[in-house]
Write a protein that binds this ligand. Structure first.
Ligand SMILES: *C1O[C@H](CO)[C@@H](O)[C@H](O)[C@H]1NC(C)=O
Ligand SMILES: *[C@@H]1O[C@H](CO)[C@@H](O)[C@H](O)[C@H]1NC(C)=O
Ligand SMILES: *[C@@H]1O[C@H](CO)[C@@H](O)[C@H](O)[C@H]1NC(C)=O
Ligand SMILES: *[C@@H]1O[C@H](CO)[C@@H](O)[C@H](O)[C@H]1NC(C)=O
Ligand SMILES: *[C@@H]1O[C@H](CO)[C@@H](O)[C@H](O)[C@H]1NC(C)=O
Ligand SMILES: *[C@@H]1O[C@H](CO)[C@@H](O)[C@H](O)[C@H]1NC(C)=O
Length: 667
C-alpha cells in the first residue's frame, strides 16, 4: 500500500514539472540548462554552440524536461497553441559558404538518436526520413541547397514535418513597411526567429528578423496552414539540431524563449551573451588563409631560396676537384675549406710572397694549429694533372731535414694548392738581395750550402727514384728556426712541362740557373740541377744574382765575372761585400771554385751531388780547375770574353733566346 502511494508520488512529481514547464526563457545559457548531445556545448560565454570546428558533426540541445502540448481541458484532438522565439548566429569558415544550418525541433524523444549529419541536419537518417512515425516538427534555417530535397536555395527557412523535404519554405528575409529584405543566414549576424502555432487556426507562422529590428515584423516570413495535432503528441521535447558537412561552421543559439498557450516571453536583446569576437576570429582565419599563409609561404620560399643560394655559394666557394684516382692520397689531400680558413680567405695580410709559379700564403690549419705555407698555383690544363699530383704526392712523402716538407695538396677548378711546412725565417734570397742591413754570416752561409747540397743529394741519389728539382736557386732555399737551409718547391717546374705541344719544348726554371744543354734540349737531368746548384753557390758567396740586366751594356753574368777573377788569380775579390771580409778564405774559395765547376758548360765535367758533398766536407780534394777545358768550340757556350764580338756567345745568346720563351711562359 505504502509502495503504491510512493509510486504515485513519484509519478506526480515526475509529471508535475512537465505540466509546470509550459514556458521558459533563456537569455544566455548556463551549464546544465540543456540536454546536450553530439558536439553541442554551452560555452563559458553562456552561448549554446551546436557545432564546433570539426566537419561532419551533429549537435543537439534540448530543453531537458518534456512539454505537454495538450492540456487536459482540451479535446484530445486539438493541440495547444505554442510560441517559440530564439536568437541565433551562424559563423562559417567562408563568407558565402557554410553548412548545414539549424533546426528548431519538436520531437517525441530527448535527442535524436540515429540521426545523420550534413544535409540530414541531425534530424533524420536515410531510413526514417519522411516517415509519419517520426512525429517530428521542425523549422529549418538551411544554408545549403540540396536539390534532392527540393531546396529553393542555400539560404532559406523551411517548415519540415517528419522529413527533410520542407512542406513550405522561403528565402531568408523579413518584411518591413511592406517591403521584403533579404537576410543571409551565414552572415554571422545575430537574427531572431519566432515560431508560432495557432491551435485553433491550425496555422504555423515563422518570422525572421535581424537583431536590430527589436519587434517581431508584422508579416511573417512563412505562414502555413497545417494541423499539427497528428504530428505533435501530448508529451514532447523541444530543442535544436544542427550539423556540419565538409565546411566547418559554428552554429550558435544565444537566447531562447518558449510558451504553450501564450506568446513566448520577449527576449531582452540587450542582455544577450556576447558572441566570440567574430571580426577578429573570422578575419583572423581568413587572413591567415589569404594573407598570412601566403606570406608565410613566401617567407619560407624566400628563406629556402636564400638558404639554397648560400648553400650553393658555399659549395661553389669551397668547391674542390676530387677524382677517384686521388682517393689513395687521402692523407695528403687537404680540404679547400680548411685552407681557406687557415689563410683567413687568402687575404693580403697572410701573403708571404711569390714562389715557384704562385703566391704563397701563411696559414694555421684550423684543427691541428700547425703553421703552414700554402702555395696557390693557377693552372689551365688538367692534362697530366694525375701524373703531376702523383709525383707531387710521392715527392711530398719524402722527408729530409734539408727539404721543406710538402704536407699535401688540394685541387680546385683551375687552381692547385700545395701545403708546406711553414719556414719562419723565410727564403735565403731575401737575406742575400733584399735586405741590405740584415745578412747572415759566412758560417751560416756555409752551413746552408752544405744543407742544400745534402738535400739535393738525397733527391738525386738516396730516394727510391731519382728526383730532379729543376729549380734550385736562393729563393727556393728556405730557412727554418735554426737557419738550416731547406730546399723547397721540388718537382714543381715539371708541371709546366706537361700538356705542352710536343713540338715545342718548354724550358722551365729560372734564368741564370739554367744549364746550356737544358736550354737547347729542354731535358732536365741531375746534371742540370748541379748546374743550378753551381749558380746558387756563386750567388751565396758573392751575394749577387747570376744575371744582372744592365741597360747600357750587355747583361752582367756572375759566372763570367767569377771565372775571369779566378783566371786572374783573384777569386776572393768576388766575395759578398756584406760579409765585410769575415770569412774563412779557404772555404769561400772552395765554394767559388765548386760553383764554377758545377756550372761547367759540359755536363760530364760537373760533379755529382755526392762528390759535391765530399768536396764541401773536405773528404775529397776539389779537382784542379786549371786542368779542365773551359773553352769549347762548336758546342761550347762558356765564353771568357763575352764582349768579344768575333766569337759567337752561345751561352748568352741562348739565354737571350730562351728568355723570350721564358717570358712567354711566365706571363
Ligand atoms: C479523443 O481522441 C480519440 C482518438 O484519438 C477519440 O476516439 C475520442 O473521441 C476523442 N475524445 C473527444 C472528447 O473528442
Ligand atoms: C472539444 O471538442 C468538442 C467537439 O469536438 C467541442 O464542442 C468543444 O468545444 C471542445 N472543447 C474545447 C475546450 O475546445
Ligand atoms: C534511423 O533513426 C532511427 C530512429 O532514430 C533509428 O531507430 C534507426 O536505427 C536509424 N537508422 C539508421 C540506418 O541509422
Ligand atoms: C534578395 O535575394 C534574391 C535572391 O536571393 C535576389 O533576387 C534579390 O535581388 C535580393 N534582394 C535584395 C534587395 O538584395
Ligand atoms: C500568422 O500570420 C497571419 C498573417 O500572415 C496572421 O493573420 C496570423 O494572426 C498569424 N498568427 C499568429 C499566431 O501570429
Ligand atoms: C533588458 O535588460 C536591460 C539590462 O539588463 C534592462 O535595463 C532593461 O530594463 C530590460 N528590458 C526589459 C524589457 O526587460
Amino acid at each position: 500500500m505504502a509502495a503504491i502511494v510512493f509510486l504515485t508520488l513519484i509519478l506526480l512529481i515526475s509529471i508535475s514539472p512537465a505540466s509546470a514547464d509550459q514556458r521558459f526563457i533563456f537569455n544566455g545559457f548556463n551549464f546544465g540548462d540543456l540536454f546536450l548531445d553530439g558536439v553541442a556545448e554551452v560555452t563559458s560565454d553562456r552561448l549554446l554552440r551546436l557545432t564546433n570546428d570539426y566537419d561532419q558533426q551533429i549537435g543537439h540541445a534540448f530543453y531537458p524536461n518534456p512539454i505537454s502540448f495538450k492540456t487536459p481541458s482540451n479535446n484530445n484532438s486539438s493541440l495547444s497553441s505554442f510560441s517559440a522565439s530564439f536568437v541565433f548566429a551562424i559563423i562559417s569558415e567562408y563568407d558565402d559558404l557554410g553548412g548545414h544550418g539549424i533546426a528548431f525541433v519538436v520531437s517525441p524523444t530527448r535527442g535524436l538518436p540515429g540521426a545523420r549529419p550534413s544535409e540530414n541536419l541531425g534530424l533524420f537518417n536515410e531510413s526514417n526520413n519522411g516517415k509519419e512515425t517520426n512525429h517530428i516538427f521542425a523549422v529549418e534555417l538551411d544554408t545549403i541547397q540540396n536539390l534532392d530535397l527540393r531546396d529553393i536555395n542555400r539560404n532559406h527557412v523551411g517548415i519540415n514535418i517528419n522529413g527533410l523535404m520542407s512542406e513550405q519554405s522561403e528565402r531568408a528575409g523579413y518584411w518591413v513597411d511592406g517591403e521584403f529584405r533579404n537576410l543571409t543566414l551565414i552572415s554571422g549576424e545575430r537574427m531572431q526567429v519566432w515560431i508560432e502555432y495557432d491551435g485553433l487556426k491550425k496555422q504555423i507562422n515563422v518570422t525572421l528578423a535581424p537583431i536590430e529590428i527589436r519587434d517581431k515584423p508584422k508579416i511573417p516570413l512563412l505562414s502555413y496552414r497545417r494541423d499539427l495535432s497528428s504530428v505533435i503528441n501530448d508529451i514532447m521535447y523541444i530543442g535544436f539540431s544542427s550539423s556540419t558537412g565538409s565546411i566547418t561552421t559554428l552554429h550558435y543559439v544565444l537566447a531562447w524563449s518558449f510558451n504553450v498557450n501564450g506568446e513566448a516571453q520577449k527576449i531582452n536583446l540587450s542582455q544577450l551573451p556576447k558572441l566570440p569576437p567574430r571580426t577578429k576570429k573570422k578575419p583572423s582565419r581568413s587572413k591567415l588563409l589569404t594573407i598570412g599563409l601566403p606570406l608565410v609561404c613566401v617567407a619560407l620560399a624566400l628563406m629556402t631560396v636564400l638558404g639554397l643560394i648560400y648553400f650553393i655559394y658555399r659549395r661553389r666557394k669551397f668547391a674542390e676537384i676530387l677524382e677517384d684516382w686521388e682517393l689513395e692520397y687521402g692523407p695528403q689531400r687537404f680540404k679547400y675549406k680548411d685552407l681557406y680558413k687557415a689563410t683567413k680567405g687568402f687575404r693580403e695580410k697572410e701573403f708571404l710572397g711569390f714562389g715557384g709559379f704562385g703566391r704563397v700564403y701563411k696559414g694555421v690549419l684550423p684543427n691541428s694549429k700547425i703553421e703552414v705555407a700554402v702555395k696557390r698555383i693557377s693552372h689551365e690544363s688538367r692534362q697530366g694533372m694525375k701524373e703531376f699530383v702523383a709525383e707531387i704526392v710521392s715527392v711530398g712523402r719524402l722527408r729530409h731535414r734539408n727539404l721543406v716538407a710538402l704536407l699535401g695538396y688540394c685541387r680546385r677548378k683551375g687552381e692547385l694548392f700545395l701545403v708546406y711546412d711553414y719556414m719562419r725565417n723565410g727564403s735565403l734570397d731575401a737575406y742575400l738581395h733584399e735586405w741590405p742591413e740584415i745578412t747572415i754570416n759566412w758560417e751560416q752561409r756555409f752551413e746552408i750550402i752544405k744543407g742544400v747540397a745534402s738535400g739535393l743529394f738525397y733527391l738525386h741519389e738516396q730516394c727510391e727514384k731519382v728526383v730532379i728539382h729543376r729549380d734550385v736557386k736562393a729563393s727556393n732555399v728556405l730557412l727554418d728556426d735554426e737557419f738550416n737551409g731547406r730546399l723547397g718547391d721540388f718537382g714543381l717546374a715539371k708541371m709546366y712541362d706537361r700538356g705542352a705541344d710536343p713540338r715545342t719544348t718548354h724550358v722551365v726554371g729560372t734564368l741564370g740557373y739554367l744549364a746550356p744543354e737544358h736550354i737547347r734540349t729542354g731535358r732536365a737531368t741531375t746534371r742540370t740541377d748541379v748546374y743550378a746548384f753551381g749558380a746558387f753557390l756563386l750567388e751565396v758567396a758573392c751575394g749577387r744574382r747570376p744575371i744582372h740586366p744592365q741597360e747600357d751594356s750587355d747583361d752582367f753574368i756572375l759566372m763570367d765575372w767569377v771565372f775571369s777573377c779566378w783566371s786572374n788569380g783573384n777569386i776572393l775579390r768576388t766575395a759578398d761585400p756584406k760579409l765585410g771580409g769575415n770569412f774563412e778564405p779557404s772555404q769561400l774559395e772552395l765554394v767559388l771554385k765548386l760553383g764554377l765547376l758545377c756550372s761547367h758548360s759540359s755536363p760530364a765535367v760537373r760533379p755529382t751531388m755526392y762528390q759535391v758533398l765530399q768536396y764541401l766536407q773536405a773528404e775529397a780534394p776539389l779537382p784542379d780547375l786549371a786542368s779542365l777545358r773551359w773553352r769549347l768550340s762548336g758546342n761550347g757556350f762558356f765564353n771568357l770574353t763575352p764582349r768579344d764580338g768575333d766569337e759567337l756567345d752561345d751561352f748568352t745568346g741562348s739565354v737571350r733566346q730562351s728568355s723570350l720563351l721564358l717570358d712567354s711562359i711566365f706571363r
